[in-house]
Design a protein around this ligand. Structure first.
Ligand code: GDP
Ligand code: FO1
Length: 300
């Protein structure tokens, strides 16, 4: 088994390749939940849903969120009624948020809810939230301390950020299922996800770093030069005190990485890194990178 640490875009692109070249039951994914947010009384977990929809074959891979060909009837109608849903929520996607919100209110663990939803969607891989308690990534801006989603979607990432803050009622603890997945794995892959909003929240869950120190860890960089391939990782890295680059990514992960993969085009040099084409612009590219990662892992 191989365990992947994932956010909702870069690592899912790698997983799209992995599911074609691995036994799907041998894939487990520990997913970031620090971007989760309650909207209109329902529970959105963007990264968990992206991974679940990917594995069930219904993900909208134009956006890397939401369900392909979803309709937005409820979103449009609630907007007409004056509800400020700043996130565009599709109808089928909303059904998942309603179900998850209801199960959470009834006291079910997020891990068990995710397993149940994945079963309903015919997912064969193991999808695990990093923790069962709520953790939220906020950013400090001129508008005050706001949820990451408010920054990235409502403010379109157009305002300055001076600090990244993680808030929670109790310090997050990795679930027994996540720790067991790492324990049962030959290796762990930290995928090319946003280091600040996707990977560090997973690494901060009590137990994860300790578990990773006993396993070969391969990290794939989400940066080429001084810019991420997409999204707000650059500004967030700077606000969190890291260089927005592959070197900054390597440094973020606290010496956990055994093999670092960076893109063939990356002008920033991380010593002893492996170089591949990591730009997964289509499924063939995802499969090619997945094969290279597996080949590397077989040498560990
Ligand atoms: P989020 O939860 O939607 O922010 O998604 P992730 O954290 O999983 O991924 C965001 C990161 O993916 C960004 O920093 C991008 O640079 C990176 N990314 C997106 N596409 C690719 C790609 O094809 N290759 C690599 N190496 N990184 C990518
Ligand atoms: N991202 C957007 O940029 N705009 C949206 O309207 C939007 C809606 C949305 C709905 C459900 C969902 O699970 C994710 C959604 N996202 C949207 C993705 C967003 O939540 C991502 O987490 C961030 O864009 C980057 O991390």
């Amino acid at each position: 088994m191989i365990t992947f640490l994932s956010g909702g875009t870069g690592t899912p692109k790698l997983l799209r390749g992995m599911q074609k070249v691995m036994d799907r039951h041998e894939i487990s994914v520990i997913v970031n939940t620090a971007e989760d947010i309650w909207i209109s009384g329902n529970h959105i977990s963007p990264d968990l849903d992206t991974v679940m929809y990917l594995f069930s074959g219904i993900l909208n891979t134009d956006t890397w969120w939401g369900v392909r060909n979803d309709t937005f009837t409820t979103h449009e109608e609630t907007a007409r009624l004056g509800l400020d849903e700043f996130i565009a929520i599709g109808d089928r996607d909303r059904a998942v948020h309603i179900a998850r919100g209801d199960m959470l209110r009834n006291g079910m663990r997020l891990t068990n809810i995710t397993t149940l939803l994945c079963e309903r969607y015919g997912v064969r891989e193991t999808v695990l939230p990093m923790t069962d308690t709520e953790v939220t990534t906020q950013v400090r801006t001129d508008l005050g301390l706001i949820h990451f989603q408010d920054y990235w979607i409502r403010a379109k990432g157009q305002i300055g950020i001076s600090e990244v803050v993680r808030s929670y009622r109790e310090p997050p603890v990795a679930t027994p299922e996540a720790l067991a997945a790492i324990e049962a794995s030959e290796a762990v892959v930290i995928g090319p996800s946003n280091p600040i909003t996707s990977i560090l929240p997973i690494l901060m869950c009590d137990g994860i770093k300790q578990a990773l120190r006993n396993k070969p860890v391969v990290t794939v960089s989400p940066f080429i030069g001084n810019a991420p391939i997409s999204g707000p990782a650059g500004a967030l890295m700077t606000a969190a005190g890291f260089e927005p680059s592959s070197i900054g990514t390597y440094n973020c992960y606290d010496g956990l990485t055994d093999i670092f993969i960076q893109d063939i085009r990356d002008s920033v040099e991380v010593s002893h890194s492996a170089r591949f084409d990591t730009l997964m612009v289509n499924e063939e590219k995802s499969i090619a990178l997945a094969q290279e990662v597996l080949r590397l892992l077989s040498t560990c």
